[in-house]
Design a protein around this ligand. Structure first.
Ligand SMILES: O=c1ccn([C@@H]2O[C@H](COP(=O)(O)OP(=O)(O)O[C@H]3O[C@H](CO)[C@@H](O)[C@H](O)[C@H]3O)[C@@H](O)[C@H]2O)c(=O)[nH]1
Length: 479
């Protein structure tokens, strides 16, 4: 298969870049060559992204990163989608100068490119990588159809349950992403166009596994989400997670090991609640930081909490209640801005995870077999909350997240419930069982493995030739 170059184009933000880099590594293991295009968006926090790329490049020299230069902006406050659109000519240039590219895998936010690429080179297969759940894919694929059925915006429907074929339970309209809550907005219109386009690709790669989301995958396969249309094949090859950028943190005794991991070494097995709210937002106002601190203190539980303020470095002394550090010494650790989350979740001392429900966080928790408390914040996270709480039943909802301020007693009660109650114990056992199903999917003969075989076959032979030999998909993350 050597010589086949797969070009990956992720959104250069951790939650999108990280899984696509992992996908690239899986392709490398199948004998394909891989180039990852990087287009930085000036408004993102690019420092951790650059250091992540440096670490990954050093550990995987065969993975080639190619940086596209930033196009000059033509609008005042560009979104990364505007920014990307302006860079499409650079993507075309790259592809026309690299005739060895045999397939292109685009982040699903870069749907605009497909029309241009199809015109430029109709023989180049173009796939999308869908960085969130298959259940969300089912819902979004149906959106262009629902649009014709509904006459009002989600924002005007309050808690009215909205049914999407394949989404395991109805979604309260309030829980649809804010970006698409107003049907007259540009963002909403572009999402309708986006999910009209995805089915026309050569395939959609989903970071999930079949045993986790059977209803969504069955509905998509039966055409219920795209009635009357041809639908691209779905390859469900996850959970793809990684500890990259964290590798040096793992080994006990390593000088560069993150201090949160060393601290966890001294905690009893399964005793610590980990709180972390993603890589893009997750910044709380001071009032919320105070409520969390008081709740954790009163809960009596052990905790490891990654605090994000509006600036990269929070003055912890100034924002935490006076004497908090002293009073929780030994049983609580507060980390500023960033901790190696996947490694933390994989540490035996961690027993629960309070999360913003970013899909990578959910998958990392599943891979670690850790139950969650769902505190969704933005993007599609409230939809993920519906799935994790109501369908998978490996998360419990943090009350109060809808009110804009979660109160200290809510934090206290929920954390205690997860760690001490029999209901919490059952949920933790369920999470451990889901981990085993995820692992089975990634092993030779498992569903994600088989989907990877099909995908590699489709990427490299365009439907002809032998069934490719594929290495199992398990990485070091699985321990
Ligand atoms: O202190 C931190 C914070 C984050 N992470 C890592 O950063 C990634 C975060 O990804 P995710 O949980 O998906 O959250 P976001 O970065 O917020 O991801 C965006 O992209 C996801 C995939 O589309 C969506 O599900 C989210 O809603 C959206 O906010 C994960 O790998 C974490 O391990 C760390 O290692 N340490």
């Amino acid at each position: 298969m050597g010589g086949n170059e797969i070009v990956l184009f992720p959104v250069a933000a951790m939650g999108h870049l990280n899984p696509m880099v992992e996908l690239g590594k899986l392709f490398l293991r199948q004998g394909l060559s891989v180039t990852i295009l990087i287009l930085q968006f000036p408004k993102f926090d690019n420092k951790p992204i650059n250091s992540y790329i440096d670490t990954v490049s050093a550990a995987n020299p065969a993975l080639s990163f190619h940086r596209l230069s930033s196009p000059p902006s033509t609008v005042e406050a560009p979104t990364f989608i505007h920014h990307f659109r302006l860079a499409i000519p650079q993507l075309q240039d790259y592809l026309s100068c690299n005739s060895s590219a045999t397939a292109l895998v685009l982040d699903f936010f870069f749907d605009d490119a497909i029309d241009v690429i199809n015109k430029m080179n109709p023989r180049l297969p173009c796939y999308f990588f869908f960085a969130t759940s298959a259940s969300n894919l089912a819902a979004f694929l149906y959106l262009p159809f629902l649009h014709k059925e509904l006459t009002v915006s989600f924002k005007d429907l309050g808690d009215t349950p909205v049914n999407f074929p394949g989404f395991p339970s109805p979604i309260p309209a309030f829980d649809m992403p804010i970006r698409i809550s107003d049907r007259s907005s540009e963002a909403y219109k572009s999402v309708i166009v986006q999910f009209d386009r995805l089915p026309k690709s050569s395939g959609i790669i989903v970071n999930s596994f079949r045993a986790l989301e059977p209803k969504a995958l069955a509905a998509i396969a039966a055409g219920l989400c795209t009635p009357g249309r041809t639908m691209a094949p779905i390859y469900c090859v996850g959970p793809i997670t990684s500890m990259d950028g964290q590798e040096h943190n793992e080994t006990a005794g390593s000088e560069r090991r993150h201090y949160s991991l060393t601290w966890l070494d001294g905690q009893p097995r399964g005793s610590v609640v980990f709180l972390c709210f993603g890589s893009m937002g997750g910044a709380f106002p001071e009032a919320q930081i105070l409520e969390i601190a008081e709740g954790l203190e009163r809960s009596g539980q052990r905790f490891l909490w990654v605090v994000r303020g509006s600036l990269p470095e929070v003055d912890l002394e100034a924002v935490l209640p006076e004497g908090f550090g002293e009073r929780t010494k030994g049983r609580g650790l507060v980390v500023n801005w960033w901790a190696p989350q996947a490694s933390v979740l994989g540490h035996a001392a961690v027993g629960g995870f309070v999360t913003h429900c970013g899909w990578n966080s959910a998958l990392e928790s599943i891979v670690a077999g850790v139950a969650m408390i769902a505190w969704p914040m933005y993007a599609e996270q409230r939809m993920n909350r519906v799935f994790l709480v109501e369908e998978a039943k490996i998360a419990a909802e943090m009350p109060g997240y809808r009110d804009g301020l979660v109160r200290s007693y809510e934090v206290e009660e929920k954390v205690r419930w997860l760690m001490e109650s029999s209901g919490g114990k059952e949920m933790r056992a369920r999470a451990a069982a889901v981990r085993e199903r995820a692992k089975a999917a990634m092993q030779e003969g498992g569903s994600s493995y088989e989907d990877m075989v099909k995908m590699v076959y489709s990427l490299t032979t365009a439907g002809g030739g032998e069934r490719p030999t594929v290495d199992h998909l398990l990485s070091s993350t699985w321990g």
